[in-house]
Design a protein around this ligand. Structure first.
Ligand code: GCO
Ligand code: MG
Length: 409
């Protein structure tokens, strides 16, 4: 099974996506997601100029060897561009291997460990009534776990809050990347956020009752002591997790947060390798691993991280916003179904145009996802449809504090 062709497909149906398609001499094809939100074309070049030529003529069965070759032979290790490119190759090869075996990928990863995959959706509101309406809407869609984000008085644009009223006919999840020549500027005030958030959770928990798992994303904005204070104040509302409470680069920061609160902690959507988790996992400073298969070297690296985490009772919470393509989402679902230490899967639903480009066999029923039983990862890409939507420049927003200082977004 020799790799004959390696194509990089860029498409922008509802947003930009980068997909690697590998074809073997037996006519099998495999897809891998290489989308890096706001920096997509860097990965396109990495793949086209430096990786694709090296794959031609190689044995598609040798997944581990190909992973190690791409990681070690580059000399310059890690980083989101490199690891997204390696992830795309890795997932495409797993897709091919599973098709060759005539099985859905999860069977090759050990088979199903559960019947379905608990997913959480994103509710948000500019005030509490709008937020409660958004939560009700997500529950109607079947979600059994819900992330709660709220606007903050005095702050104009806040991460995670949809700008349009959720009560109008058109409902949608918050989509951070904006098409345009430069990033949107948002404002931020951590003290105002810390004053406001616990009251919102009190109202939400009061309204939904004790059972519904509620999550919250701090999006890297607090100092360790601020995060510790928030975690402590949120304890009465029994959060499933508090995500990215501090900037993710500093693993040691979580020691301080952990000393002060029993609110479960999740981190890692901007990580790319097991090395980013070394201290966090070994010292049991987190409860959930947030990496995306797409940004963390694919199935091969994610499985190693999650097996390491399992030894410390740390579970998975794989990243699944809309900037993970249906290919990246499907890859995550096969892993979720197979591993023992599954926690939860983030699931923001893609738009209609995206679903036309990527035909998917995964399902979402009664709040549970399932990757489906088609051989491979179960996603096909319609190249003609993809061609209708050329790349559009788009950036993630960034933040300034009230005095104009750039802050973590
Ligand atoms: C999440 C994330 C996303 C990111 C986005 C950046 O928890 O889903 O924080 O919303 O901001 O993926 O590209
Ligand atoms: Mg997040």
């Amino acid at each position: 099974m020799i790799i004959e062709k390696a194509e990089v497909i860029v498409t922008s149906p509802d947003r930009n996506f980068v997909t690697l398609k590998l074809t073997t001499d037996d006519g099998l094809t495999g897809l891998g997601d290489a989308t890096l939100n706001g920096r997509e074309l860097a990965v396109v070049s990495y793949l086209k100029d430096h990786v694709a030529p090296l794959l031609i003529g190689k044995d598609a069965h040798r997944i581990e060897d190909t992973w190690q070759f791409l990681y070690r032979s580059a000399y310059w290790r890690r980083g989101p561009v490199t690891m997204a490119a390696i992830a795309a190759v890795d997932v495409a090869l797993w897709d091919i291997k599973a098709k060759a075996a005539g099985m859905p990928l999860y069977q090759l990863l050990g088979g199903a460990s559960r019947n379905g995959i608990l997913a959480y959706g994103h509710a948000s509101g500019r005030d509490v009534p709008e937020l409660l309406d958004s939560i009700a809407h997500h529950r109607e869609q079947g979600y059994r776990a819900i992330r709660v984000q709220t606007a903050v008085p005095g702050v104009k644009a806040v991460y995670g809050v949809a700008a349009q009223p959720q009560t109008s006919g058109k409902r949608y999840d918050y989509e951070p990347a904006g098409r345009g020549a430069s990033p949107m500027e948002e404002d931020w005030d951590t003290r105002a956020y810390l004053r406001h958030l616990p009251g919102v959770f009190e109202e939400v928990r009061g309204a939904v009752g004790p059972e519904l798992p509620l999550l919250h994303d701090g999006h890297h904005r607090m100092t360790p002591i601020q995060a510790a204070k928030l975690g402590k104040e949120l304890e009465p509302y029994d959060l499933f997790w508090l995500e990215d409470c501090t900037p993710a680069e500093n693993q040691e920061a979580l020691r301080l947060v952990r000393q002060h609160t029993t609110t479960p902690l999740a981190i890692g959507e901007i990580f790319n390798t097991v090395w980013d988790y070394q201290t966090l996992i070994r010292e049991q400073l987190i409860d959930y691993v947030r990496s995306a298969v797409t940004h963390t070297g694919g199935i091969t690296q994610m499985k190693k991280i999650l097996d390491f985490a399992a030894q410390y009772q740390i579970k998975s919470g794989i990243h699944g916003p809309t900037d993970i393509s249906p290919v990246g989402m499907a890859a995550a679902l096969h892993l979720d179904l197979a591993i023992h230490n599954f926690g939860i899967q983030e699931y923001m639903q893609h738009g209609e145009l995206t679903n036309r480009v990527f035909q998917q066999s995964f399902t979402f029923e009664d709040g549970l996802l399932h990757p489906g039983d088609k051989p491979g990862i179960g996603v096909d890409l319609d190249v003609d449809e993809a061609g209708k939507y050329p790349y559009q420049t788009a950036y993630l927003p960034y933040n300034r504090l009230l005095d104009g200082t750039v802050h973590d977004w």
